[in-house]
Design a protein around this ligand. Sequence first.
Ligand SMILES: [Zn+2]
Length: 338
Amino acid sequence: MQDNSDYQDSKLSWDDFQILEEIEREGKLTARITEWLHFNDPLPVLQEHRAAHPQSDILLHTGMLKGFMDGSLGSRTAALLEPYADDPTNSGLPQYQQDELTQMTKERVNAGFQIGFHAIGDKGVQMALNAFAATTTDRVVTPDHVGTGLRPVQAERSSAAPLPVPDPRFRIEHAQVTSPLQIAKFKELKVIASMQPNHVLTDMNWAEARLGPKRAAYSYAWASFAKKGVVLAFGTDYPVEPVAPFRGLYAAVTRKSEDGKKEYYPEQKLNMEQAIAAYTTGSAFAEFAEKNKGTLAPGMLADLVVLDTDITSVPPEKILGTKVLRTVLGGKTVYEVK
Ligand SMILES: [Zn+2]
């Protein structure tokens, strides 16, 4: 499983974390950072990394384990249950066998790690859901598409097996292609949908060609998740996309291209209140930080931005040009337009 490139990536990002620790010691860290660890790293390495820096440090700490179920839709490497509409011989590239993934997931969850799986295609999503389900119940999750070729998860738990972790806050990162039954499974297993609405601005140019209309209607399905009561945690996917959230907020409430000419399945758009909540309270919850972050209230961290635009009242196209005038971190101004 652990090939050399995984090891190099993991070593590089651990070097990054140590540099961040140094910046923090010098008092120069101006953003709160949760460093994700590599799901594929051996458990002892993960435990060592977790123990290397206090989890109680609200400025910098390690967090969830990110594992990759598949690739991306653009490159047709996202794993789909049915072939690509524009490449009938190809269903993408799953990165694991189900039973191997399930075993690794159980081991890491039982060691107290939060798990977040990058899954873009509906097969990647199903693999992640199957692995999560196996840690919480004895039941086999049946894939809700016929003829998926997925091997069923073994239904066994010996009396010596650990009890399910009470609040694991499983996450699926991106979750771009899903079915209604999968969305119901998110709700049942309390899986957080960690999504990046800005992706739709580029992907709308070819997503329907890749997926065909039936699957496309449930792609980037923010409204379907929200309606089901699944926790949405929005982010920007920086450095793949710019770090500012305004393109994402615009995409979330319009599902339109930046020039306003193209629209992608508008029934999946959210209102501004839902979109802001997904970027703030949703994301705080997704990293177990809802007692400190996500809302502005007495007792919460004073982390806030001052904008030049009231994004809750302007027409959507005005959101794109929003500028940050001031950034406050823990009550201290760390950025200001002079
Ligand atoms: Zn990812």
